[in-house]
Design a binder for this molecule. Sequence first.
Ligand SMILES: NC(=O)c1ccc[n+]([C@@H]2O[C@H](COP(=O)([O-])OP(=O)(O)OC[C@H]3O[C@@H](n4cnc5c(N)ncnc54)[C@H](O)[C@@H]3O)[C@@H](O)[C@H]2O)c1
Length: 461
Amino acid sequence: MLRVYNGVKWIKIIFCSALCATIALCVYHNWVHARGIDMPENSVLKVHRNSKRLREDMTFNNDLPDHVAQNSVSGKQFESDIKSLEEARNKIKELELRIKQLEGVSVRRFPDVKFLNYRTRKRILITGGAGFVGSHLVDQLMMEGHEVIVVDNFFTGRKRNVEHWIGHENFELIHHDIVNPLFIEVDEIYHLASPASPQHYMFNPVKTIKTNTVGTINMLGLAKRVGARVLIASTSEVYGDPEVHPQPETYWGHVNPIGPRACYDEGKRVSESLSYAYAKQEKVQVRVARIFNTYGPRMHMNDGRVVSNFILQALRNEDITIYGHGDQTRSFQYVSDLVEGLVSLMASNYSQPVNLGNPVEYGIKDFAKKIRDLVGGRSKLAFSDAVEDDPQRRRPDISVALKQLKWQPKVTLQQGLKKTIDYFHKELLRSSHSNRNMFQPEISLGNTFYNEKQLNVQADG
Ligand SMILES: NC(=O)c1ccc[n+]([C@@H]2O[C@H](COP(=O)([O-])OP(=O)(O)OC[C@H]3O[C@@H](n4cnc5c(N)ncnc54)[C@H](O)[C@@H]3O)[C@@H](O)[C@H]2O)c1
C-alpha cells in the first residue's frame, strides 16, 4: 500500500515540474519574440531604403531611443549628399554641352609645323613682319619650327597677312613702333620695318628717315644687349639711278640726297652705315641684304608700283599706264625666292652686303604686255610723263649670293605673275570679312612649293 502511495506522489511532482518548465518557456519565448519584432520595424536600413518613410520616422525622432535617432540623422546627411550629387551631375552635363558648342564655333587648325627642341629652336624677331615680305618670312620660319615674334606698327602692314598664325604657341604679334626702344629676348632679328613703295615712304618722309635711322639704332642696340644676330633689309635704291650696270655690291651708288626719294634711299644708306658701325664698335653680328624689286601675293594693291598698277588696271580692263617712254628696265623676283635668300644670308658667315634679286631684265613696255596677256583682258597701253628720279635701269649682279649662299632665284616671271594675278583677282572679289582666311600661306621649303591642301590648313569653322 505504502509503495503505491509513493508512486502517485512522484508522478505528481514530475507533472508539476513539467508544467512549471512549460510556463517558463512560454514566458521566455514571448519576451524574446516581442524584442525581435521591435528592432526590424525601426531599423536604419529600412529607413534608408525609403526616404519617405525616413521623413515620417524623423517626425517622431524625439520618441525614439537614442541609437535610432542617430541613425536617422545620418539618413538626413545621406539625403543631402544625394541632392548635391544630382546638382553636380547637372552642372557637368551643362559644361559638356558648352564645351561641345565652343568646339563647334572655333576649331582652329594651323599648318603642321616642324617640331624643334629647345636646343635647335630659335626665338626670332621680325620687325615689319605684318607687311608683304615680312609675312612670307613669318610663314617660312614658323614652318621650320621656330618661335616668331612680329613687331609692327601697321602703317603699311596688315594683321590679315599673319592672322593664320594668331593663337599658335610659337607665334606672337606685338603692335609697336620701332622708333621707340623695344626690350625683348631673342636670338635673331630680321629688321624689315620700313615702308617700301615710293607712295608710302614719301607720304611722311621724316617718319621714313626716323624708322630707318632711329628704328635701326634701336634694333642694333637690342641685338647688342641680347647678343642676337641682326639682318637689315636694305634696298637696291642705295644704288640710286645707277651708272654701272648690272649693279655689284661694290658699286657705291648714284643717289640724289635731296630728291623726293632721298628719305628712303639715304635712310637705307644710313641704316647700312649704322650696321657696320655697330659691328665694328660693339661686335654685333650683322647681315645686310640689298633687296631688288619683289612681287607676289599679299603685296599692296595700291602701292603705286608697276606690278600692282599693271595687274589692277589689266584686271579692270582699264588702260595700263606707263610713265615715260617704257624703255626703262626692271627685274622682278618672286617673294618666295627672296625669303629663301634672306634665311640663307642670316645663316651664313658672310657679313658684307649681298644683292638679292632676279637678274632677268624686262623693259617696262614688254612687262605691261605680258601682264595683259596673262590676265586676258583688252587693256591698251597709255603713256604718261616720266617720274622724277625714276631709275632707268635696275638689274642685280647676284654673283656674291651665288658664291656665298649658293642662292639664285627659281620662280619664273610667268609662274610668279600667275600666282600674283590670282591673288589680286580674289582680293578684288572679296566683299566681306568672312572671306578673311581664304588666302593661306604659300611657302617654299627647299625647291618644293606647298599650297593650302598639302598643308591641310583649315580656316575657322
Ligand atoms: N618689296 C620690295 O620690293 C622691296 C625692295 C627693296 C627693299 N625692300 C625692303 O624690305 C622690307 C619689307 O618691305 P615690304 O615690301 O614688305 O614692305 P611693306 O610696306 O609691306 O612692309 C613693311 C612693314 O613695316 C611696318 N612698319 C613700317 N614702319 C614701321 C615702324 N616705324 N615700326 C614698326 N613697323 C613699321 C609696316 O607696317 C609694314 O608691315 C622694307 O624694309 C623694304 O625697304 C622691299
